[in-house]
Design a protein around this ligand. Structure first.
Ligand code: FNR
Length: 387
Protein backbone atom coordinates (compact mmCIF):
# COMPACT_ATOMS: atom_id res chain seq x y z
CA UNK A 1 0.00 0.00 0.00
CA UNK A 2 1.27 3.47 -0.86
CA UNK A 3 2.42 5.63 2.02
CA UNK A 4 -0.11 8.32 1.20
CA UNK A 5 -2.89 5.83 1.82
CA UNK A 6 -1.79 5.41 5.41
CA UNK A 7 -4.03 7.95 7.07
CA UNK A 8 -3.08 7.37 10.69
CA UNK A 9 -0.38 5.83 12.87
CA UNK A 10 -2.74 2.86 13.24
CA UNK A 11 -2.57 2.30 9.47
CA UNK A 12 1.22 2.31 9.63
CA UNK A 13 1.15 -0.20 12.47
CA UNK A 14 -1.03 -2.60 10.48
CA UNK A 15 1.29 -2.38 7.47
CA UNK A 16 4.37 -2.84 9.66
CA UNK A 17 2.85 -6.02 10.98
CA UNK A 18 2.49 -7.35 7.43
CA UNK A 19 6.03 -6.38 6.45
CA UNK A 20 8.11 -7.50 9.41
CA UNK A 21 8.84 -11.08 10.46
CA UNK A 22 6.54 -11.96 13.36
CA UNK A 23 9.35 -12.05 15.91
CA UNK A 24 10.59 -8.57 14.93
CA UNK A 25 7.09 -7.09 14.91
CA UNK A 26 6.58 -8.71 18.33
CA UNK A 27 9.79 -7.12 19.61
CA UNK A 28 8.68 -3.65 18.51
CA UNK A 29 4.99 -3.75 19.41
CA UNK A 30 5.18 -5.93 22.50
CA UNK A 31 5.82 -5.22 26.16
CA UNK A 32 6.47 -7.02 29.45
CA UNK A 33 4.48 -9.87 31.01
CA UNK A 34 0.71 -9.27 30.60
CA UNK A 35 1.31 -5.97 28.76
CA UNK A 36 -0.93 -4.09 31.24
CA UNK A 37 1.32 -1.03 31.34
CA UNK A 38 1.27 -0.88 27.54
CA UNK A 39 -2.53 -0.88 27.47
CA UNK A 40 -2.62 1.43 30.50
CA UNK A 41 -0.76 4.18 28.68
CA UNK A 42 -3.43 4.25 25.97
CA UNK A 43 -6.32 3.94 28.42
CA UNK A 44 -5.08 6.96 30.36
CA UNK A 45 -5.47 9.20 27.30
CA UNK A 46 -9.07 8.02 26.97
CA UNK A 47 -9.80 9.16 30.55
CA UNK A 48 -9.26 12.78 29.58
CA UNK A 49 -11.38 14.78 27.17
CA UNK A 50 -10.50 17.98 25.38
CA UNK A 51 -12.69 21.00 26.15
CA UNK A 52 -12.62 23.33 23.14
CA UNK A 53 -13.12 27.09 23.14
CA UNK A 54 -14.90 28.81 20.27
CA UNK A 55 -14.38 31.95 18.21
CA UNK A 56 -10.84 32.55 19.35
CA UNK A 57 -9.42 33.29 15.89
CA UNK A 58 -7.37 30.31 14.76
CA UNK A 59 -6.55 31.22 11.16
CA UNK A 60 -2.83 31.42 11.95
CA UNK A 61 -1.50 28.55 14.03
CA UNK A 62 1.89 27.61 15.40
CA UNK A 63 3.09 24.38 16.98
CA UNK A 64 6.71 25.41 17.38
CA UNK A 65 8.05 24.74 20.84
CA UNK A 66 11.25 25.76 22.58
CA UNK A 67 12.96 23.00 24.53
CA UNK A 68 16.42 23.02 26.15
CA UNK A 69 17.25 26.21 24.30
CA UNK A 70 16.31 24.92 20.84
CA UNK A 71 13.28 25.84 18.78
CA UNK A 72 11.63 22.72 17.36
CA UNK A 73 9.02 22.59 14.58
CA UNK A 74 6.66 20.50 16.64
CA UNK A 75 6.47 19.19 20.23
CA UNK A 76 7.20 15.60 19.15
CA UNK A 77 10.58 13.87 19.15
CA UNK A 78 11.64 10.31 18.38
CA UNK A 79 12.23 8.20 21.52
CA UNK A 80 15.36 6.06 21.83
CA UNK A 81 14.78 2.56 20.49
CA UNK A 82 17.28 -0.25 20.40
CA UNK A 83 17.79 -2.38 17.31
CA UNK A 84 16.05 -0.02 14.89
CA UNK A 85 18.31 -1.67 12.33
CA UNK A 86 15.99 -4.68 12.42
CA UNK A 87 13.15 -2.62 10.97
CA UNK A 88 15.17 -1.09 8.13
CA UNK A 89 18.81 -1.09 7.08
CA UNK A 90 20.74 1.26 9.40
CA UNK A 91 17.40 2.27 10.87
CA UNK A 92 18.96 4.56 13.49
CA UNK A 93 20.51 6.62 10.74
CA UNK A 94 17.25 6.87 8.83
CA UNK A 95 15.32 7.96 11.93
CA UNK A 96 17.99 10.52 12.76
CA UNK A 97 18.10 12.03 9.27
CA UNK A 98 14.34 12.48 9.12
CA UNK A 99 14.11 14.02 12.58
CA UNK A 100 16.89 16.43 11.64
CA UNK A 101 15.24 17.51 8.39
CA UNK A 102 11.84 17.80 10.08
CA UNK A 103 13.40 19.93 12.86
CA UNK A 104 12.48 17.66 15.76
CA UNK A 105 14.80 15.83 18.18
CA UNK A 106 15.97 12.27 17.66
CA UNK A 107 17.24 10.30 20.65
CA UNK A 108 19.84 7.70 19.69
CA UNK A 109 19.52 4.51 21.74
CA UNK A 110 22.44 3.04 23.63
CA UNK A 111 21.39 -0.18 21.91
CA UNK A 112 21.78 1.18 18.37
CA UNK A 113 23.47 -0.79 15.64
CA UNK A 114 25.08 2.30 14.12
CA UNK A 115 28.06 4.00 15.82
CA UNK A 116 27.06 7.20 17.59
CA UNK A 117 29.59 9.27 15.62
CA UNK A 118 27.79 8.40 12.35
CA UNK A 119 24.55 9.73 13.84
CA UNK A 120 25.95 13.04 15.04
CA UNK A 121 27.59 13.57 11.64
CA UNK A 122 24.40 12.89 9.72
CA UNK A 123 22.05 14.61 12.15
CA UNK A 124 23.78 17.18 14.36
CA UNK A 125 21.69 18.09 17.39
CA UNK A 126 20.57 14.49 18.01
CA UNK A 127 20.44 13.44 21.66
CA UNK A 128 22.23 10.42 23.11
CA UNK A 129 20.54 7.94 25.44
CA UNK A 130 22.82 6.00 27.77
CA UNK A 131 22.44 2.82 29.76
CA UNK A 132 24.99 3.13 32.53
CA UNK A 133 26.48 0.75 35.03
CA UNK A 134 27.85 2.07 38.30
CA UNK A 135 31.39 1.71 36.92
CA UNK A 136 32.56 5.34 36.89
CA UNK A 137 35.63 4.80 34.75
CA UNK A 138 33.42 3.26 32.08
CA UNK A 139 30.89 6.10 32.40
CA UNK A 140 33.64 8.71 32.06
CA UNK A 141 34.91 7.01 28.88
CA UNK A 142 31.44 6.97 27.37
CA UNK A 143 30.72 10.60 28.28
CA UNK A 144 34.00 11.65 26.67
CA UNK A 145 33.04 9.81 23.49
CA UNK A 146 29.52 11.27 23.43
CA UNK A 147 30.84 14.77 24.07
CA UNK A 148 33.56 14.43 21.40
CA UNK A 149 30.86 13.42 18.92
CA UNK A 150 29.01 16.65 19.74
CA UNK A 151 25.76 15.42 21.26
CA UNK A 152 24.20 18.36 23.15
CA UNK A 153 21.84 16.27 25.30
CA UNK A 154 22.50 13.16 27.39
CA UNK A 155 19.47 11.07 28.34
CA UNK A 156 20.10 8.60 31.15
CA UNK A 157 17.51 5.85 31.17
CA UNK A 158 16.94 4.67 34.73
CA UNK A 159 14.08 2.18 34.46
CA UNK A 160 16.21 -0.73 33.27
CA UNK A 161 18.17 -2.00 36.30
CA UNK A 162 17.78 -5.35 34.56
CA UNK A 163 15.91 -6.86 31.65
CA UNK A 164 12.20 -7.33 32.25
CA UNK A 165 10.32 -10.52 31.51
CA UNK A 166 9.06 -10.34 27.96
CA UNK A 167 7.20 -13.53 27.35
CA UNK A 168 6.18 -12.56 23.85
CA UNK A 169 9.86 -12.36 22.87
CA UNK A 170 10.59 -15.75 24.38
CA UNK A 171 7.66 -17.29 22.55
CA UNK A 172 8.77 -15.68 19.28
CA UNK A 173 12.35 -16.88 19.61
CA UNK A 174 13.62 -13.30 19.85
CA UNK A 175 16.60 -12.52 22.05
CA UNK A 176 19.31 -9.92 22.51
CA UNK A 177 22.02 -10.16 21.26
CA UNK A 178 20.27 -11.32 18.13
CA UNK A 179 20.37 -15.05 17.62
CA UNK A 180 19.37 -16.61 14.34
CA UNK A 181 16.63 -18.74 15.88
CA UNK A 182 14.57 -21.04 13.68
CA UNK A 183 11.57 -18.82 14.22
CA UNK A 184 13.45 -15.71 13.16
CA UNK A 185 14.77 -17.40 10.03
CA UNK A 186 11.39 -18.89 9.10
CA UNK A 187 9.70 -15.57 9.79
CA UNK A 188 12.26 -13.86 7.58
CA UNK A 189 11.69 -16.31 4.75
CA UNK A 190 8.00 -15.48 4.91
CA UNK A 191 8.91 -11.80 4.44
CA UNK A 192 11.28 -11.82 1.44
CA UNK A 193 11.22 -8.05 1.03
CA UNK A 194 12.45 -7.60 4.61
CA UNK A 195 14.97 -10.42 4.14
CA UNK A 196 16.43 -8.70 1.11
CA UNK A 197 16.22 -4.98 1.85
CA UNK A 198 16.92 -5.08 5.58
CA UNK A 199 18.55 -8.28 6.70
CA UNK A 200 20.75 -9.21 3.73
CA UNK A 201 21.92 -5.62 3.33
CA UNK A 202 22.78 -5.37 7.00
CA UNK A 203 24.62 -8.68 6.98
CA UNK A 204 26.62 -7.52 3.97
CA UNK A 205 27.60 -4.14 5.43
CA UNK A 206 27.67 -4.60 9.21
CA UNK A 207 27.43 -8.32 9.88
CA UNK A 208 24.87 -9.71 12.33
CA UNK A 209 23.21 -6.67 13.98
CA UNK A 210 25.13 -5.86 17.14
CA UNK A 211 25.52 -2.98 19.56
CA UNK A 212 27.96 -0.22 18.73
CA UNK A 213 27.92 2.08 21.74
CA UNK A 214 27.98 -0.07 24.83
CA UNK A 215 31.28 0.98 26.29
CA UNK A 216 29.76 1.89 29.67
CA UNK A 217 27.98 -1.30 30.58
CA UNK A 218 30.23 -3.75 32.30
CA UNK A 219 29.86 -7.14 30.71
CA UNK A 220 28.14 -5.70 27.65
CA UNK A 221 24.49 -5.04 27.11
CA UNK A 222 21.72 -6.75 28.97
CA UNK A 223 21.09 -10.22 27.70
CA UNK A 224 17.47 -11.23 27.29
CA UNK A 225 15.43 -14.05 25.92
CA UNK A 226 15.81 -17.75 26.37
CA UNK A 227 19.55 -17.46 26.96
CA UNK A 228 19.30 -14.43 29.24
CA UNK A 229 20.25 -14.48 32.88
CA UNK A 230 18.96 -10.98 33.64
CA UNK A 231 22.13 -9.92 35.41
CA UNK A 232 23.39 -6.45 34.84
CA UNK A 233 25.94 -4.00 36.21
CA UNK A 234 23.19 -1.41 35.84
CA UNK A 235 21.31 -2.62 38.91
CA UNK A 236 23.84 -0.88 41.17
CA UNK A 237 23.34 2.58 39.63
CA UNK A 238 21.92 5.11 42.11
CA UNK A 239 21.22 8.82 42.60
CA UNK A 240 24.76 9.41 43.83
CA UNK A 241 25.96 8.36 40.38
CA UNK A 242 23.58 10.85 38.77
CA UNK A 243 24.99 13.63 41.00
CA UNK A 244 28.45 12.59 39.84
CA UNK A 245 27.44 12.38 36.16
CA UNK A 246 26.03 15.91 36.42
CA UNK A 247 29.50 17.12 37.40
CA UNK A 248 31.17 15.28 34.52
CA UNK A 249 28.72 16.17 31.74
CA UNK A 250 28.65 19.74 30.47
CA UNK A 251 25.69 19.37 28.14
CA UNK A 252 22.01 19.09 28.98
CA UNK A 253 21.02 16.14 31.14
CA UNK A 254 17.66 14.37 31.09
CA UNK A 255 16.58 11.49 33.31
CA UNK A 256 14.27 9.06 31.51
CA UNK A 257 11.89 6.68 33.23
CA UNK A 258 10.50 8.83 36.05
CA UNK A 259 6.99 8.10 37.39
CA UNK A 260 7.08 9.45 40.98
CA UNK A 261 7.16 13.15 41.88
CA UNK A 262 9.76 12.40 44.56
CA UNK A 263 12.12 11.12 41.88
CA UNK A 264 11.46 14.21 39.76
CA UNK A 265 12.38 16.35 42.78
CA UNK A 266 15.54 14.31 43.27
CA UNK A 267 16.44 14.73 39.59
CA UNK A 268 16.05 18.47 40.05
CA UNK A 269 18.31 18.42 43.10
CA UNK A 270 20.87 16.53 41.05
CA UNK A 271 20.82 19.40 38.56
CA UNK A 272 19.04 17.62 35.70
CA UNK A 273 17.66 19.86 32.96
CA UNK A 274 14.59 17.72 32.65
CA UNK A 275 12.83 14.42 33.18
CA UNK A 276 11.15 12.08 30.76
CA UNK A 277 7.99 10.71 32.32
CA UNK A 278 8.06 7.20 30.92
CA UNK A 279 7.39 3.55 31.72
CA UNK A 280 9.49 2.46 28.76
CA UNK A 281 6.39 1.97 26.64
CA UNK A 282 5.23 -0.73 29.07
CA UNK A 283 8.33 -2.80 28.33
CA UNK A 284 9.83 -2.81 31.83
CA UNK A 285 7.63 -2.92 34.98
CA UNK A 286 4.29 -4.35 33.95
CA UNK A 287 1.48 -2.76 35.90
CA UNK A 288 3.45 0.49 36.18
CA UNK A 289 1.45 3.69 36.41
CA UNK A 290 0.33 5.11 33.06
CA UNK A 291 2.55 8.01 32.11
CA UNK A 292 -0.31 10.47 31.60
CA UNK A 293 -1.54 9.65 35.12
CA UNK A 294 1.94 10.28 36.54
CA UNK A 295 2.36 13.55 34.67
CA UNK A 296 0.40 16.21 36.63
CA UNK A 297 2.13 15.60 39.98
CA UNK A 298 5.52 15.52 38.33
CA UNK A 299 4.82 18.72 36.42
CA UNK A 300 3.81 20.31 39.73
CA UNK A 301 7.26 19.77 41.28
CA UNK A 302 9.37 20.24 38.16
CA UNK A 303 9.88 24.00 38.44
CA UNK A 304 12.06 25.07 35.54
CA UNK A 305 13.02 21.52 34.57
CA UNK A 306 11.63 20.40 31.21
CA UNK A 307 8.96 17.74 31.53
CA UNK A 308 8.72 15.37 28.59
CA UNK A 309 6.25 12.48 28.35
CA UNK A 310 6.29 9.29 26.33
CA UNK A 311 4.15 6.18 26.10
CA UNK A 312 1.09 5.61 23.95
CA UNK A 313 1.11 8.87 22.00
CA UNK A 314 -0.60 7.99 18.71
CA UNK A 315 -2.68 11.07 17.83
CA UNK A 316 -2.42 14.83 17.80
CA UNK A 317 -5.11 14.90 20.47
CA UNK A 318 -2.87 12.79 22.73
CA UNK A 319 -0.13 15.38 22.37
CA UNK A 320 -2.51 18.20 23.29
CA UNK A 321 -3.74 16.31 26.36
CA UNK A 322 -0.16 15.72 27.53
CA UNK A 323 0.70 19.38 27.06
CA UNK A 324 -2.48 20.45 28.88
CA UNK A 325 -1.47 18.26 31.83
CA UNK A 326 1.97 19.78 32.16
CA UNK A 327 4.32 18.28 29.57
CA UNK A 328 6.41 20.63 27.47
CA UNK A 329 7.10 17.99 24.84
CA UNK A 330 6.39 14.34 23.99
CA UNK A 331 8.38 11.52 22.42
CA UNK A 332 6.99 8.77 20.21
CA UNK A 333 8.57 5.36 20.01
CA UNK A 334 6.68 2.71 18.10
CA UNK A 335 4.95 5.14 15.68
CA UNK A 336 8.35 6.12 14.26
CA UNK A 337 9.47 2.50 14.12
CA UNK A 338 6.32 1.48 12.23
CA UNK A 339 6.94 4.27 9.73
CA UNK A 340 10.52 3.06 9.36
CA UNK A 341 9.42 -0.53 8.75
CA UNK A 342 6.83 0.49 6.18
CA UNK A 343 8.75 3.06 4.15
CA UNK A 344 12.25 3.76 5.46
CA UNK A 345 12.96 7.48 5.66
CA UNK A 346 9.81 8.36 3.72
CA UNK A 347 7.79 6.27 6.16
CA UNK A 348 9.27 7.98 9.22
CA UNK A 349 8.62 11.36 7.63
CA UNK A 350 5.06 10.30 6.90
CA UNK A 351 4.52 9.27 10.54
CA UNK A 352 5.83 12.59 11.84
CA UNK A 353 3.81 14.58 9.32
CA UNK A 354 0.60 12.71 10.11
CA UNK A 355 1.02 13.70 13.76
CA UNK A 356 1.97 17.24 12.86
CA UNK A 357 -1.08 17.66 10.64
CA UNK A 358 -3.34 16.25 13.34
CA UNK A 359 -1.92 18.70 15.87
CA UNK A 360 -2.50 21.58 13.46
CA UNK A 361 -6.13 20.63 12.88
CA UNK A 362 -6.68 19.90 16.58
CA UNK A 363 -5.29 23.30 17.59
CA UNK A 364 -7.88 24.95 15.36
CA UNK A 365 -10.66 22.75 16.69
CA UNK A 366 -9.92 23.39 20.35
CA UNK A 367 -9.57 27.10 19.69
CA UNK A 368 -5.92 27.56 20.66
CA UNK A 369 -3.80 29.03 17.89
CA UNK A 370 -0.47 28.80 19.72
CA UNK A 371 0.58 25.54 21.22
CA UNK A 372 2.43 27.36 24.00
CA UNK A 373 -0.96 28.58 25.27
CA UNK A 374 -2.38 25.13 25.94
CA UNK A 375 -3.15 24.75 29.62
CA UNK A 376 -5.18 22.71 32.10
CA UNK A 377 -8.39 24.55 31.06
CA UNK A 378 -8.43 22.58 27.82
CA UNK A 379 -8.96 19.17 29.43
CA UNK A 380 -11.50 17.56 31.72
CA UNK A 381 -11.23 14.23 33.50
CA UNK A 382 -13.92 11.78 32.55
CA UNK A 383 -15.43 10.08 35.59
CA UNK A 384 -16.93 6.98 34.21
CA UNK A 385 -17.54 3.53 35.57
CA UNK A 386 -15.43 0.87 34.03
CA UNK A 387 -12.27 2.90 33.55
C1 FNR B 1 12.21 1.17 23.38
N1 FNR B 1 12.47 2.03 24.45
C2 FNR B 1 13.79 2.26 24.79
N2 FNR B 1 14.08 3.22 25.73
C3 FNR B 1 15.37 3.51 26.04
O1 FNR B 1 15.61 4.39 26.87
N3 FNR B 1 16.39 2.83 25.42
C4 FNR B 1 16.17 1.87 24.49
O2 FNR B 1 17.12 1.29 23.94
C5 FNR B 1 14.83 1.54 24.18
N4 FNR B 1 14.54 0.57 23.26
C6 FNR B 1 13.25 0.42 22.79
C7 FNR B 1 13.00 -0.42 21.71
C8 FNR B 1 11.73 -0.50 21.19
C9 FNR B 1 11.45 -1.40 20.01
C10 FNR B 1 10.67 0.26 21.76
C11 FNR B 1 9.28 0.21 21.19
C12 FNR B 1 10.91 1.06 22.84
C13 FNR B 1 11.39 2.82 25.06
C14 FNR B 1 11.14 4.10 24.27
O3 FNR B 1 12.22 4.99 24.39
C15 FNR B 1 9.88 4.84 24.77
O4 FNR B 1 9.96 5.03 26.15
C16 FNR B 1 8.58 4.11 24.43
O5 FNR B 1 8.70 3.42 23.20
C17 FNR B 1 7.45 5.10 24.33
O6 FNR B 1 6.26 4.45 24.12
P1 FNR B 1 5.54 4.32 22.67
O7 FNR B 1 5.55 5.65 21.98
O8 FNR B 1 6.32 3.27 21.92
O9 FNR B 1 4.17 3.85 23.04
Amino acid sequence: MKLARHLSIGDLERSARRRLPASIYGYVSGAAEDQCALAGNRAAFARWALVPRMLTGVAERSQEVELLGVRYASPIGIAPMGLAGLCAHDGDLQLARVAHSERVPFVLSAASTVPLEAISNAAPGSWYQAYLSADRAAIAALLARVEAAGFPVLVVTVDVPLASLRENELRNGFSVPLRLSTRLVLGGLARPRWMWSTFARTLATRGIPHFENFTATRGGPIVTGATGDHRSGRAALNWGDIDWIRKQWNGKLLIKGILHPGDARRAKEAGADGVIVSNHGGRQLDGALATLDALPEIAAVAGDMAVILDGGVRRGTDVLKALALGARFVLVGRPAMYGLAVGGEAGVRHALRLLRREIDVDLALIGCARIANIDREFVARIHQMGW
